[in-house]
Ligand binder design. Structure first.
Ligand code: ZN
Length: 349
């Protein structure tokens, strides 16, 4: 019986120990379960904060990169603008240096042409070309001057023209060519008018075929005038005027060259600033010639273009009215001299 009691006690003790162990194990399990949950929650919250911090960092990075793009954009604009300013500055500098070159070239040319004119004048005396280099004269005191000029003579009409001029006491200028009436050249000079050079042939195709051809023709008419009158004149008028375009058909740029060339040789050329229109057709009506002559420019020097040819009888007929009109306007009359201010057209070839 005692033995049975003892074995029951051991069983109960074992149960109790087992229960205690179970309780401890359960308590530990509960503890770890609760703690684990807390840990996981904690870890979750740390991860959340980390991720938020990363997001924030990323947004800062984005903002920074945006700012960097802006800085790059503005610095590119500044670069572009400064390079534009630079190229503008270079262009302006080039223009300034071009202008400076032109100025110095112009000064050099002026000096050269002065030297050439002086040399030509010196050489010309020996070659029979008049040495006088025309100097601009002051405008006549008290008014305007009319210079009547007659081209293309002498002609059968020359004595009639000379008589009319004499009757009014008016001096004029004759730009002559080589005609069958060269003996009238002497009368022109003897009666106090200016004899001047126009051309030997007056054939555009011949005289404007080259610079050399023009100068040869000029020398020939100069010699004819000299042989007939003893006068070596330096006053000339280009056939067709310096503004003629017909010479383009024969030699490009010839008028540009010879208008300068003749002056450097000591000649002066005279165009006109009033035309009688007597060459605009055959037998132009007297009224047309007179009314054309009344269209005078406001210049103090009025050079009137007329013609002295056998066919131009209406010019002779109109001449008294033309002179009377100018006289009634208070103009004085004069023949062209080296001192007369030149009237030049715009050169077109
Ligand atoms: Zn002519």
């Amino acid at each position: 019986m005692a033995k049975k009691k003892n074995s029951n006690g051991k069983f109960i003790a074992a149960i109790v120990v087992l229960c205690v162990i179970l309780a401890v194990v359960s308590a530990a399990a509960v503890y770890f379960y609760i703690n684990g949950r807390n840990l996981s929650a904690h870890s979750n919250s740390v991860e959340g904060s980390l991720s938020a911090a990363r997001d924030e960092l990323e947004s800062y990075e984005d903002a920074l990169s945006g700012k960097q793009d802006e800085v790059e954009y503005f610095s590119r604009i500044v670069d572009e603008q400064s390079s534009a300013f630079e190229s503008e500055k270079n262009e302006l500098n080039e223009k300034i240096s071009d202008l400076n070159k032109q100025i110095s070239l112009k000064r050099q040319r002026e000096a050269e042409s002065r030297a050439a004119a002086a040399a030509a004048a010196a050489a010309a005396t020996a070659n029979g070309v008049p040495a006088a280099v025309p100097q601009p004269a002051p405008a006549p005191s008290g008014g305007k001057t009319i210079y009547l000029t007659f081209d293309d003579g002498p002609s059968p009409n020359t004595p009639r023209i000379l008589d009319i001029l004499d009757s009014y006491g008016v001096k004029a200028t004759f730009f002559v060519i080589n005609t069958g009436y060269n003996s009238y050249m002497k009368d022109i000079v003897n009666r106090g008018h200016t004899i001047a050079l126009h051309a030997y042939t007056h054939n555009y195709k011949t005289i404007y075929s080259s610079d050399e051809a023009y100068y040869n023709d000029l020398q020939k008419i100069s010699d004819v005038v000299f042989n007939n009158t003893g006068v070596r004149t330096n006053i000339i008028r280009f056939p067709g005027g310096s503004s003629n375009t017909v010479s383009r058909n024969y030699c490009s740029g010839i008028m540009t060259r010879i208008t300068k060339g003749v002056q450097s040789l000591g000649y002066q050329y005279y165009d006109w600033n009033c035309s009688s229109q007597d060459a605009s057709g055959h037998n132009v009506a007297v009224e047309t010639i007179v009314s054309s002559c009344k269209k005078v420019p406001s210049s103090n020097t009025v050079i009137v273009l007329m013609h002295d040819t056998g066919a131009k009888n209406t010019t002779v007929a109109a001449l008294p009215q033309v002179i009377e009109y100018y006289r009634s306007c208070g103009y004085s009359f004069a023949a062209i001299t080296s001192a007369t201010p030149p009237v030049h057209h715009r050169v077109n070839n």
